[in-house]
Design a protein around this ligand. Structure first.
Ligand SMILES: NC(=O)c1ccc[n+]([C@@H]2O[C@H](COP(=O)([O-])OP(=O)(O)OC[C@H]3O[C@@H](n4cnc5c(N)ncnc54)[C@H](O)[C@@H]3O)[C@@H](O)[C@H]2O)c1
Length: 358
């Protein structure tokens, strides 16, 4: 299948591009390369790609693709809060526009990276199935709800959107993120000896490895159309919901000499939910997740050790792994504007012209 991945240069996209290519798909990417300098370990896959802002894409950019996997977004709450209207413009309006363009270009499948954060705070310990009520935090969580609502209205016999509500991701990527819980706890433990918990440790969080997220999207490309057509799936495994304090204990067991600390005044987190992933296991049997959080903690610890990760580059003033710090640095240097547009024509080393590599 000819597949275009938006956001292929990001944390999940740079792993997904490899997983889809390894499975035999003809994969291209489009990205505005906000995090090109946020390198970690191995280089990204050499797939044909082009630099563009998704707000500016045209039908002709999507011609000839069988599927568009849509990952590009302002990807967390703190970043979303920097410019809420800009976040809605990119995450909501540009995503719906992209789906319309894809449909006009004859693209048949449109797997979209939604998020379990649209469930927000849940009562008690119940596992939330996909038809649960939404309690999203604006603008990030809410933008995902709005895309699901508006793109579902575009579904036709020839155009099948599918909404993957990813659990919180973890794992090693050439575009590492330090602002997601497992990566962060292991990084703090490795660079400072402290497993630093910002809440009281009680909140539940569903967790999923980025390779397993990639396998879910792969399964969506290969499943019979009627199985995925306009469907939402929680992406993860029901048994991989953990309290933050449990994750901390897993890190404690792996990182020698580490100890757990709680930030002063940390109460329950406003985001707390457990999700039910039985639907994806039942309807997409080719989705076979291979990771557990303890395995992921070991993978991260080994990678941080191998690459000699330092506190300063992980979360210090020069951090390139905290999405918000990196964006603020680009903006303070005048390279990126408030709406996350580059101010000058920056050359992106990773972009391989689509034509050139075919
Ligand atoms: N990482 C997680 O825990 C998680 C969980 C649930 C859902 N998601 C969703 O998965 C997707 C990917 O997340 P990620 O963790 O890889 O984030 P990321 O920030 O690492 O990557 C996002 C990519 O999108 C690109 N991008 C942003 N705005 C763009 C624009 N206007 N035009 C073109 N490209 C643009 C960035 O340059 C970047 O490469 C996002 O939609 C995110 O909301 C992530």
């Amino acid at each position: 299948m000819r597949v275009l991945v938006t956001g292929h240069n990001g944390y999940i996209g740079s792993v997904m591009a490899r997983v889809l290519s390894d499975a035999g798909h003809d994969v291209s990417g489009v990205d505005s390369y906000l995090f090109e300098e946020c390198t970690f370990g191995d280089p990204t896959s050499d797939i044909p790609s082009f630099k563009a802002d998704m707000r500016d894409l045209e039908v002709s950019d999507l011609d000839g693709f069988d599927a568009v996997i849509h990952l590009a977004a302002v990807s967390n709450d703190p970043l979303g809060n920097l410019n809420p209207q800009g976040t809605y413009d990119i995450n909501h309006l540009a995503s719906v526009r992209l789906a319309r363009l894809a449909r006009r270009a004859g693209v048949r499948r449109f797997p979209f990276a939604s998020s379990c954060s649209l469930y927000g705070v849940s009562d008690g310990d119940a596992l939330l199935p996909v038809d649960s009520a939404f309690e999203p935090m604006p603008p990030y969580g809410e933008s995902k709800v709005l895309v699901e609502r508006d793109v579902s209205a575009l579904a036709t016999d020839d155009f099948s959107p599918v909404y993957f509500r990813n659990a919180t991701a973890y794992g090693v990527s050439p575009r590492l993120r330090a602002d997601i819980v497992v990566n962060s706890l292991v990084g703090y433990a490795f660079t400072t000896g402290e497993i630093r918990i910002e809440s009281d440790g009680t909140p539940w969080r569903p967790l999923v490895h980025i390779e397993d997220i990639s396998r879910a999207f792969l399964a969506a490309l290969e499943a019979p159309r009627e199985v995925i057509h306009n469907q939402a799936f929680n992406v993860g495994q029901s048994r991989e919901n953990y309290r933050i304090s449990e994750v901390a204990d897993m890190v404690l067991a792996v990182v020698p000499g580490s100890r757990v600390t709680y930030a002063a005044g940390g109460g329950p987190d406003p985001r707390c939910y457990r999700v039910d992933c039985t639907k994806i296991a039942r309807l997409l049997p080719s989705f076979r997740p291979g990771w557990t959080v303890p395995d992921g903690v070991r993978e991260l610890y080994d990678a941080y050790r191998r690459h000699g990760l330092t506190y300063e580059e992980f979360v210090g003033s020069q951090s390139r792994y905290l999405r918000i710090k990196h964006i603020q640095r680009l903006q303070q240097a005048g390279r990126l504007d408030r709406d996350l547009r580059w101010t000058a024509n920056v050359i992106h080393a990773d972009a391989v012209p689509v034509g050139a590599a075919q």
